[in-house]
Design a protein around this ligand. Structure first.
Ligand SMILES: [Fe+2]
Length: 384
């Protein structure tokens, strides 16, 4: 169970944590921030909100509301130009995974030069530290505020580059549940099920450790305690705070133990059909859990206990079945689609999707390996 652990040095999770951003910016030695936010008026508003907080600590800033969904290398390069042109000396991301990944890309190029494509092959390709970097999360799910990973699409080839580098890890992460009160139910459900997928995949990963197990187990329990309430009562601050912790713990877990077939099968589907990552994960999760229970039965049984669905007097197999049923029930309560076909996925596309899934790095730590591409195809068919 060898472990090498990556995580931000400072992590704030509490109501009003955004107000501490100025203090931590000063602690990082920043004077002039590039604030990276999502595109559109909503991103601009979030950027202005952060700029106002930083200004109270005497810190100047420039807002770049240019991180679209699936951020591209072009968006990164525009941010790099703005960072340099405005003489910025640190980075603040506000938003979900897209804004944070875009900010990671900007920091990488600002400090190391070159193009995004140069950093996608292999791990830890950067040779210089990024500028000081604070990540402020507004969705409880992706975990990007704590991870050393960024996914950037190369616009010219429509190719997603996954950059894994310990230097991408933010210095400070902020999860403020007050920023999540306005998340609509569908986004709450999708990001929450993404977090649950991270936790379950991290828990049964082939390189899980005592630390990632503890993180993932607690995350699973918190999702089952708080996600239905956050979905049904969006203004419940306690539920939002619970989901902040759940997603944060799951992010730390998978950043250090990898993922599995849920993410390996999900990426080609969301890429081809433009479907929300968390929703595709939610649909695939019961099928992949059933497949993995064959070789990770004891851990799947412990997952049932974390969910509040398992009992010690049952066999591992019985408890694993309870865990799978609990996920199916949660999907139903969150009004997730009952299958991939309901989202427009065509059976004729499955061979192509399965070929792509086998290439996904996320699958390398799945406990039950497919012996052939036909077995991956079968998992897709079982999820239709
Ligand atoms: Fe995910």
């Amino acid at each position: 169970m060898p472990g090498t652990y990556y995580m931000p040095g400072v992590n704030l999770i509490h109501r009003g944590a955004l107000n501490d951003a100025g203090t931590w910016a000063r602690n990082l030695g920043g004077h002039n921030a590039l604030i990276v936010a999502s595109t559109g008026s909503y991103g601009a508003q979030q950027g202005q909100m952060v700029a106002a907080v930083l200004a109270r600590s005497g810190i100047e800033s420039t807002i770049y509301a240019g991180a679209g969904p699936n951020p591209t290398d072009e968006m990164v390069m525009q941010g790099v130009q703005l960072y340099k042109g405005s003489h910025c000396d640190f980075l603040v991301a506000i938003g979900g995974g897209s804004a944070m990944d875009c900010a990671k890309g900007i920091g990488l190029i600002v400090s190391n030069g070159g193009t995004i494509g140069q950093y996608g092959d292999g791990v830890d390709q950067a040779t210089h530290d990024l500028p000081p970097f604070m990540a402020i999360n507004t969705t409880a799910g992706t975990g990007s505020e704590v991870t050393s990973v960024a996914v950037i699409t190369q616009a010219e080839h429509h190719h997603k580059t996954t950059i894994m580098d310990w230097r991408l890890t933010p210095d400070v992460s902020i999860n403020d549940p007050e920023l999540m009160l306005s998340m609509p139910p569908a986004l709450t459900a999708a990001t929450g099920m993404d977090a649950l997928s991270h936790a379950i995949e991290a828990y049964v990963s082939t390189v899980a450790t005592a630390l990632t197990d503890a993180l993932a187990h607690s995350s699973i329990a918190l999702v089952f305690q708080w996600l239905p309430i956050a979905y049904e009562q969006g203004s419940n601050i306690g539920a939002r705070e619970g989901m902040c912790h759940a997603a944060f713990l799951a992010g730390l877990a998978f950043n250090n133990s990898g993922l599995g077939y849920v993410h390996a099968l999900s990426h080609p589907v969301s890429g081809k059909y433009g479907l929300p990552h968390g929703v595709v994960n939610a649909v695939l999760l019961p099928t992949v859990m059933r497949w993995n229970a064959a070789l990770a039965g004891t851990k799947m049984a412990r997952i049932a206990v974390a969910m509040g669905a398992g009992h010690p007097w049952r066999t591992d197999r019985e408890n694993a079945d309870k865990a799978i049923s609990a996920v199916i029930d949660l999907n139903r309560r969150l009004q997730m689609p009952s299958g991939l076909s309901k989202m427009g996925v065509e059976e004729a596309d499955i061979p192509q999707l399965a070929d792509a899934a086998l290439q996904e790095l996320a699958g390398t730590t799945n406990p039950h390996k497919a012996a052939s591409v036909e077995q991956i195809q079968q998992l897709y068919r079982q999820s239709l």
